[in-house]
Design a protein around this ligand. Sequence first.
Ligand code: GMT
Length: 376
Amino acid sequence: MRIGIVCYPTFGGSGVVATELGMALADKGHEVHFITYNQPVRLDFFSHRLHFHEVVLEEYPLFQYQPYELALSSKMVEVAEKYQLEVLHVHYAIPHAYAAYMAKQMLKEKGIDIKVITTLHGTDITLVGSHPTYKTAVEFSINNSDEVTSVSNSLREDTLRLFNIKKEIKVVYNFIDGEKYEKAHQAECKRIGLAQPEERILTHVSNFRPVKRTEDVIRIFYKVQKEIPSKLLMVGDGPDRLKTENLAKELGIEDKVLFLGNSNEVAKILCYSDVFLLPSETESFGLAALEAMAANTAVISTNAGGLSEVNVNGKTGYLSAVGDVESMANNAVIILQDDAVLDEFKKNAKEHIKLFSLENILPVYEEIYKSCSVTV
Ligand code: GMT
């Protein structure tokens, strides 16, 4: 099939899922066209079946805000017409679903029928989308998509609670390419450069937004390192990074915490890890936790949103209430203090990700494309 994918090209989970999906679809023989304002960060190869079309914004002094949706929907029309796209799969409702609706209407005028699939990812519903500023347009564009998917049952329920939705929302879990993590594990896992042999390694990966509660990560680690010799790797960047670094200094543990910034080498970094910390306020799915599990890492998380659909309490890790630093630290210590226990959690985590394998999820999206496409 000929598929357009619209996403944020950044390190955020929705962009990562969209990019991995596009690359896997191209691998399977589909023609995939990414339409966004930058080359997606995880897009690491090009082929004759994989294309990137940049949405260029013209600066004009009259505009206080550049009208991105207009440029995006015009680009969607141009690409859909030129490459005879059958479906447009938009990731993250704002503003992609709205721009896709506009593109669909413009294409209709040209006698072209394209199907729009909207995948809801989380904050487009729970934090930003339901805000009165955007709610009307988000609700409209969900209801006017041809197909709507959400990345967890929890997000589906949140969407139905927060909006007046008339469309069926299909739950399609995020997926992982387990092989990639296996390769990183076998080939490049040299943890000696980061920690002493007797030290455990804890990791956190996020965009350091307030919703990730990165200061809780530091507080949890502060308690853990009192009991267990360990290091903490902080991967990513964002608005709360500075205050998180400051807290590590204040607590006198800055020599045990490494801030690594944004990285394209998450699989390699995760292969050093024993425990992944994700104390988020809200999390529709927790792709970062799934990636950690694929790299043989136990997960200490909150029980917010869809996290319990990914992390199984007492098996792949533990879940605690948001803000309960004490409980998360105790649980991390339980896992880390005994080699046999740690190995069991790691093994369970690796086993559990099979539920979210690329081989299982990719055909589900293909089926959705086929069932709504006019040409098949
Ligand atoms: O978590 C973020 O801030 C990034 C955000 C995004 O839209 O890229 O992630 C959301 O989508 C991911 C992929 O589906 C999910 O794994 C994350 O849980 C979700 N984030 C939140 O719900 C806060």
